[in-house]
Design a protein around this ligand. Structure first.
Ligand SMILES: *Cc1c(COP(=O)(O)O)cnc(C)c1O
Ligand SMILES: [Zn+2]
Length: 420
């Protein structure tokens, strides 16, 4: 299975066993990161074996943190399509635009990659009870995997989450508490105190050391789909930065293993309403200060006015890769939803932000015509339908009457004739 060696703290370099149920570093509060024996991975990983193991992220098991296969909790996560999007490409004058389509999957968001890994690892550690905070998508995914594993989950949900997201969590059979707050810093402080004072294991991104490990599989799947070549740009919606940071770690691992020869530039996207990481990037800082208001955007899944851990990991991925950070408006995300719709992809606003950011980068001249771009699209539009519905007037209604049909069909379609 996984060739994990243990955990190391980003800030004080203290090391811990990967079987110790720690969240943030007990010595300094820094985030922990899994380290691996890459020599062992190099000798054990056979791409032929990987290809024989089905489609889920667990086909990359040597690079994942689980030691014993029996602890694996899987619902068929990952293995999503990389679509070449010619209509979006034509609008932007770019021949090679791809969408990594994480609108599909067990709970219809990218979170399944991370919760399959983190819940499996928790099973391996013998954890029976745990907590996460969520704006909705993380909660749905945690709830599904905890249900499958028989773990008792307590889920703190942002008060304004959608009914679609809430229904999912409740059906999986877990306890939900809605939480009300002005700034995300209040949530972070609550989670920190719950962790240190009650010692309750947590699944919030980065506070949990394993969730971003699941996001490494983006890099593996993207490079495999491109026949082991590397895109020039990979654009991620950013909430905590777990997707962006994990993906960046994955690309670096592939290069270390000699499977790819170069690295992409990583772009993080935030809503204009909560642009903490974008501001830090523009000012060249390593740590982001809180900025904006969570309630002022439709991109609920990435509305984070106070970036977790000062956004240090997201900023690291951006700087190390030579990428950038972009802010997009609600209108720009709605336009991107419509563009994705023409490709047959239905995204929620946060999920479409990567495409909105690409448009801005092209207009600014930051992306060249010959460059190859991957936009990660992170959750289904079914999760937040009212945002997309706001773009349309309600459809007309008729009785089952041919005259009414003809009148209405002519109105919406123009002339009606034989199909061919
Ligand atoms: C959680 C989420 C993200 C952001 O993921 P992070 O790892 O927190 O940066 C992006 N899009 C959607 C739809 C999400 O639910
Ligand atoms: Zn530490």
């Amino acid at each position: 299975m996984g060739c994990i060696l243990g955990l190391v703290c980003d800030d004080c370099q203290a090391t811990y066993s990967d079987l110790e149920p720690v969240n943030a570093c007990p010595k300094c509060g820094g985030f922990l990161d899994a380290v691996y024996d890459y020599e062992a991975i190099r000798s054990r990983l056979e791409l032929r074996d990987v290809q024989r193991r089905g489609r889920s992220i667990w086909r990359w098991r040597e690079l994942l943190p689980l030691k014993d296969e029996r602890h694996m909790v899987s619902l068929g996560e990952g293995g999503t399509p990389l679509h070449r999007c010619q209509k979006i490409g034509a609008k932007l004058g770019l021949p090679e635009v791809y969408v990594k389509d994480d609108t599909i999957g067990p709970t219809a968001s990218l979170k399944d990659r991370s919760f399959s890994i983190a819940v499996s690892k928790a099973v391996e550690m013998g954890i029976k009870q745990a907590l996460t905070y969520t704006s909705g998508n993380a909660g749905g995914s945690f709830a599904a995997y905890a249900a499958k594993a028989g773990m008792q989950a307590l889920i703190l949900v942002n008060e304004w989450t959608t009914d679609e997201k809430l229904a999912m969590i409740l059906v999986y059979g877990h306890q939900v508490i809605k939480v009300r707050f002005q700034t995300f810093a209040e949530v972070t402080e609550l989670l920190r105190r719950v962790n240190t004072e009650l010692n309750l294991y947590q699944f919030t991104n980065f506070i949990n050391p394993f969730r971003h490990e699941g996001m490494k599989t983006y890099a593996y799947e993207i490079c495999e789909a491109l026949n082991w070549s590397v895109p020039d740009w990979v654009i991620h919606p950013v909430g905590t930065g777990g997707g962006l940071f994990g993906d960046w770690k994955g690309f670096n691992e592939l290069r270390r293993l000699g499977l790819i020869a170069s690295l992409p530039k990583m772009v993080g996207v935030q809503p204009e309403a909560t642009p903490a990481i974008v501001i830090a990037y523009r000012e060249g800082r390593q740590v982001a200060a809180p900025a904006g208001d969570n309630r002022k955007t439709i991109a609920q899944s990435i509305a984070a006015d106070a970036p977790l851990g000062g956004g240090k990991r997201a900023l690291r991925a951006i700087y190390e890769s030579g990428g950038s950070a972009e802010a997009v408006s609600d209108e720009e995300m709605l336009e991107a939803i419509a563009w994705l719709g023409q490709e047959g992809i239905f995204a929620e606003p946060a999920a479409a932000s990567s495409v909105a950011a690409l448009k801005k980068m092209v207009e600014r001249g930051d992306v060249q015509r010959e460059e190859r771009v991957v936009c990660v699209v992170t959750a289904s539009g079914l999760k937040q339908p009212e945002a997309s519905l706001s773009m349309f007037s309600p459809p007309p209604v008729i009785n089952c009457d041919l005259d009414q049909f003809m009148t209405m069909a002519r109105r919406v379609w123009g002339e009606i004739g034989p199909t061919r």
